[in-house]
Structure formats: structure tokens, C-alpha cells
Design a protein around this ligand. Sequence first.
Ligand SMILES: [Zn+2]
Length: 171
Amino acid sequence: MRETLVLNASFEPLSTVTLNRAVVLVLQDKAVVEQSHPGLRVRAAAVDIPVPRVIRLCRYVRVPFRRQAPWSRRGVLIRDQHRCAYCGRRATTVDHVVPRAQGGRDGWLNTVASCAEDNHRKADRTPEEAGMPLLRQPFIPSPADAMLLAMTSGDRSELPDWLAAGAAPAA
Ligand SMILES: [Zn+2]
């Protein structure tokens, strides 16, 4: 469910994110609400902000002109928010959905974040063979998606190394 449009600081549309991510970006002071749903508020604990329809990043980010973010293990963990694709707990490893032993390759659509236990348990089997269904399907993040995911992943650095390396230096 992607319901909030994200604009760059220059007002250029970047991507869409879930309401949850939009709220995180606003609460982390990385974005401001440009348009909200009239009369609706997000209320939880100490949080009370309008439900954003459009947010705008406070700092201009340069998105590398690429159709696809390059695959990396770190990128998979960020894409999956360090959540295990099999049990939902914290993931520290990357699992090949179709195992390498069966010809599975590195790539966004064949890799998911996994906890060490599930990675070990699944071993050289497919999810079907192991009886371990995926909680969500892997997807290919666009460079803008990858950047927004990294910004809300709780990482210290706003840009992951593998994306920052492809970004042009700020003018
Ligand atoms: Zn797990």
C-alpha cells in the first residue's frame, strides 16, 4: 500500500511510499507535509500529525540516473527492513530463494533478508521444498525507492554505500 507521494526538495516527484514510511520521514525531520487528508490525523503516543498525502524532502537528494539499483546483500537487508522473509524477526543474513546449489543467482528477485536460524533451516531447498512460505515477495527497488528505503531504515547514513557510490557529487 503506497499512498503518499514523495517530492524532492525541488518539488520534483520521486516515488510513493507507505503512510508509515511517510510519517517516519516527517517525524525524523527529513520531510515536511505538503498536502494532507483533510480532517485525518495520525495519533500514537506522542505523535499527532495530519495524515500526509504528499510530503517533500527537506534536503535535496540526487537520484542516480539508473533504471535499477545495483544488487547487494546490504541493499537486500535495507529493502526488507532487516525483517526475515520467513518469520518476520530481525534478519542479519541474505537467503537465496532458489538456492545457489539449484542454480539460483544473486539478484533482487531471488534474494530475501533472513534470520540466521531460518537461513540455516532452509539450507539448499526452495521455500516449497522446505515448507517455508515467503511472507512477502522480493521486488526490484528503483534507485529512488532504494534511497527512500535507506532513509527510513534507521541506518545512520542517509545513503547506503552502494547507492552513494553511484550518485553524482552535490554541486
Ligand atoms: Zn526467520
